[in-house]
Design a protein around this ligand. Structure first.
Ligand SMILES: Nc1ncnc2c1ncn2[C@@H]1O[C@H](COP(=O)(O)OP(=O)(O)O)[C@@H](O)[C@H]1O
Ligand SMILES: [Mg+2]
Length: 620
C-alpha cells in the first residue's frame, strides 16, 4: 500500500521542542539499549565506507604492472604462512574478494543487530506512551469525554503514539548516522581528488532536488488513493450497517452500483500512482547514470594523466553511489520529524489536560462509617459557562432516606445525579456529604461509598459473572450470587446455557433491556454502598419486568440513602421525599400524598399518567 509522504517543510522551533519533549518523556529506561544500538549502527556505517576499497585494489592488481600497496603484500605473506595460498596476483585477488565478502557479512550482521536494538527501543517507547495516555485519559473528567468522540481518543492512543517511534527511528537515529556517514565519504573523496568530490556532491544534490520535485505529485496522488480507499470502506460499512433497510427496500442492485463506482475510482487512482512512481524511478535512474558517467570521465582523465590509479575509477563511482543515501535521509529527516510532531501534539493534548475533577490539596478520605446525609447548598450548574442546567438547588437528603427526582425530560435530573457522584463540580454552591464539601473528599473514597445504576446499563463484553463483579472485584462467588438473587437476575441467568459464564455482547448472548437492567442492579447490590443513585431504572421495561425490578429496588434501598430518578410516578410512591424539577429549578418537594394535594406539576404529571381521560378535559 502507498503511504502518503508528509509534505516537506522545515522543522519549526516549536515542533523541535515538542519532538524533544516527547523523546525525553519516553526514552527513560531505553538509554542503554539505544546507545548500544547507535554505536553498532555507526560501526556499520564506517564498515560500509570500506566497501569500495577492495574493488579499487583488485582493479589496480588486474590492470597495472605496479606493485600492490605494502600493507596488502604483508597481509598476503602473513596469511600464506598459515594457509598455503601462494603469493601470486590471483591469490591476492582471492583475498580481496574474501575481504569484500567479510565486509558485507559483518555490516549486514551489525545492521540486523542495531536495527533490532533501535527499533525495539522505539517500540517499547510506544508501549510506555500508550499505557501512560490510556491511564491518563480514563481519569479525565466526563466534561472532556462529553466533548470528544471515542474514535478520536482511540486514534490518539493506538496511532498517534507511534509518533515517538517515528521520531526516534526515523528522525533522531538516521540524522545522526547519516551526518557521520556523509562526513566520512567527504573526507575520503576529498582525500583522493577534491574536484571530483565537489562534482559528486553537486550530482547528489541535483538528484535530491529531482526526487523532491517528484514527491509532491506522488504525495497528492497517494493521498487521493487513500481517500478513495476509505470511501470504499465507508460504502461497505454504510451498506452492511443498514443491511436491514437495504434488503427490505430491495436496494441491493443500487448499492452494488454505488460500490462499483467507488471501487473503480480507487482503481483509477491506484493505476495513475503506479505509472507516476515507475516514471519517477526511471528518471532518477537515468540522472544517476549521467552522474556516474561524468565521474568516470573525470576520474579516467586523471588516470590517463597518471594522477590517479585505474582502481580509483571504481572507488569514486562507489562513493558517488554511497553519497546519495545519507543526503536523501538528511533531506527527509525534517519532514519525517514534522509529520511525527503532529501526532506528538495530539498525544500531548491529552497528557497536558489536567483532570479538573481532581483531589484538592487538602482533600482527605471520607470519614467512616459514612452516614449518608447529602445536602445541596444553593447549587447552580451548567455544562457550558453561559447556560445553567440546574439553578440554585437547595435540598437536604437525610441519611438513610430515599428521595425521588421527577420532572419532564431535560429538566436536569440526570445532571443532578451526576453532581452527587462528582462527575462534574457545581459552578456555584456546594454539595455536602455528612457535612463535608465533596471537593474536600478524595474522589476514590467518595466513589467507594456510591453505587450508581445509570439510565443505560453499561455492560462489558465479558461474562455475566465478571460484569456483576465489576463493582467489587474482590467479591466472593457467594456474594455475586447473592447480588444476582437480590436483583431478581438469578432465574434468567440460570436459564442461560452457560449460566454466569455466559458472554455478553458481540460474542455472547444478547440480553433484553430488563435483563441488562437487572445485571446493572446486581452490580449495585454487590457494591453494598451507603448511597445509591438510580437513574430511571425501570424505563422501557414491560409491566411484569418493571414490577420485578421494583421489588429488587425496594430491597436495595433499605437502609441506604437513595436517589431514584423516575419517569413513571407510580414507581416512587413509597419514597420518603419527592422533588420535582422543571427547567433546572426545584419547584416542589414533599411526599406523594402531599404533592397530590397541591395544584402543581406533580399532580398534573400524575394525572396524565394515571387518568388519561383527563387529558382531554383540560386539567392543567
Ligand atoms: N453532557 C452534556 N453536555 C451538555 N449538555 C448536556 C449534557 N447532558 C445533558 N445536557 C443538557 O442538560 C439538560 C438536562 O439534561 P438531563 O440532566 O440529562 O435531563 P433529564 O435527565 O432530566 O432528562 C438538557 O438540556 C441536556 O440537553
Ligand atoms: Mg435523564
Amino acid at each position: 500500500m502507498n503511504v502518503p509522504a508528509q509534505t516537506v517543510r522545515p522543522v519549526r522551533a516549536g515542533a523541535m521542542r515538542t519532538a524533544t519533549r516527547l523523546l525525553a518523556l519516553c526514552i527513560g529506561g531505553e538509554g542503554r539499549t539505544a546507545s548500544i544500538g547507535m554505536l553498532l549502527m555507526l560501526t556499520g556505517s564506517v564498515l560500509g565506507l570500506l566497501q569500495p576499497w577492495p574493488l579499487k585494489f583488485i582493479m589496480n592488481v588486474v590492470a597495472t604492472k605496479s606493485a600492490p600497496p605494502a600493507f596488502l603484500v604483508s597481509a598476503q605473506n602473513f596469511i600464506a604462512h598459515v594457509i598455503p595460498i601462494g603469493n601470486n596476483k590471483l591469490a591476492l585477488i582471492g583475498l580481496l574478494c574474501l575481504a569484500l565478502l567479510l565486509i558485507s557479512l559483518t555490516s549486514a550482521a551489525i545492521s540486523v543487530l542495531s536495527t533490532w536494538l533501535l527499533v525495539s527501543a522505539g517500540l517499547r517507547m510506544v508501549f510506555k506512551l500508550r499505557c501512560r495516555i490510556f491511564e491518563h485519559i480514563q481519569r479525565l473528567p466526563l466534561s472532556y469525554h462529553d466533548g470528544t468522540t471515542v474514535g478520536d481518543s482511540l486514534y490518539r492512543i493506538t496511532w498517534d503514539t507511534y509518533s515517538v517511534q517515528a521520531l526516534f527511528n526515523e528522525g533522531l537515529v538516521p540524522s545522526i548516522s547519516s551526518s557521520i556517514t556523509l562526513v566520512g565519504i567527504a573526507i575520503v573523496m576529498v582525500g583522493q581528488d577534491w574536484g571530483i568530490a565537489v562534482v559528486a556532491l553537486i550530482i547528489g544534490c541535483v538528484l535530491l532536488v529531482l526526487v523532491r520535485r517528484l514527491e509532491k505529485p506522488t504525495t497528492e496522488l497517494s493521498t487521493r488513493v487513500h481517500e478513495n480507499e476509505s470511501r470504499v470502506s465507508t460504502r461497505v460499512t454504510q451498506t452492511l450497517g443498514g443491511i436491514r433497510a437495504v434488503q427490505a427496500f430491495g436496494r441491493e442492485a443500487h448499492e452494488s452500483k454505488r460500490f462499483a463506482h467507488q471501487a473503480s475510482e480507487s482503481l483509477k487512482a491506484s493505476l495513475r500512482l503506479t505509472v507516476l512512481q515507475t516514471a519517477s524511478q526511471s528518471a532518477v535512474a537515468v540522472l544517476f547514470a549521467c552522474g556516474t558517467a561524468a565521474i568516470i570521465w573525470m576520474t579516467a582523465r586523471r588516470v590517463i594523466a597518471g594522477r590517479l590509479s585505474p582502481g580509483d575509477i571504481v572507488l569514486m563511482v562507489g562513493y558517488t553511489a554511497l553519497l546519495f543515501k545519507p543526503l536523501e535521509t538528511l533531506a527527509y529527516t525534517a519532514s519525517s520529524i514534522q509529520g511525527s510532531v503532529a501526532g506528538a501534539h495530539r498525544v500531548f493534548e491529552i497528557l497536558d489536560k489536567k483532570s479538573l475533577i481532581s483531589d484538592s490539596p487538602h482533600a482527605a478520605a471520607i470519614k467512616t462509617p459514612v452516614r449518608g446525609k447529602i445536602q445541596f447548598d444553593h447549587v447552580t450548574f451548567g455544562y457550558k459557562p453561559d447556560q445553567s442546567v440546574l439553578r440554585d438547588i437547595d435540598l437536604t437528603l437525610p441519611a438513610g432516606s430515599s428521595v425521588a427526582v421527577v420532572g419532564p425530560s431535560g429538566a436536569g435530573k440526570t445532571t443532578l445525579a451526576s453532581l452527587i457522584v462528582r462527575f462534574y463540580d457545581p459552578v456555584h454552591g456546594r454539595i455536602l456529604l455528612d457535612g463535608c464539601d465533596l471537593r474536600d473528599i478524595t474522589l476514590a473514597s467518595l466513589r467507594r461509598e456510591i453505587a450508581i445504576v445509570p439510565q443505560d446499563p453499561v455492560l462489558f463484553d465479558v461474562s455475566i459473572y465478571e460484569n456483576i463483579a465489576y463493582s467489587r472485584p474482590a467479591a466472593t462467588i457467594e456474594d455475586v450470587h447473592a447480588a444476582a438473587r437480590a436483583a431478581g437476575a438469578w432465574d434468567f441467568i440460570q436459564a442461560l446455557p452457560a449460566g454466569f459464564d455466559t458472554l455478553i455482547g458481540e460474542r455472547g448472548v444478547m440480553l433484553s433491556g430488563g435483563q441488562r437492567q437487572r445485571l446493572s442492579l446486581a452490580r449495585a447490590f454487590l457494591k453494598d454502598a451507603r448511597i445509591v443513585v438510580l437513574d430511571e431504572p425501570t424505563t422501557g421495561l414491560d409491566a411484569q419486568t418493571e414490577s420485578d425490578v421494583l421489588a429488587a429496588l425496594k430491597r436495595l434501598m433499605a437502609g441506604r440513602t437513595t436517589i431514584i430518578i423516575a419517569h413513571h410516578l407510580h414507581t416512587v410512591r413509597y419514597v420518603d421525599q419527592i422533588i420535582v424539577l422543571q427547567g433546572g429549578a426545584l419547584i416542589q418537594t414533599g411526599t406523594h400524598d402531599q404533592l397530590l394535594e397541591q395544584d402543581g406539576l406533580y399532580r398534573h404529571l400524575y394525572n396524565l399518567q394515571h387518568q388519561p381521560h383527563l387529558q382531554s378535559a383540560g386539567v392543567p
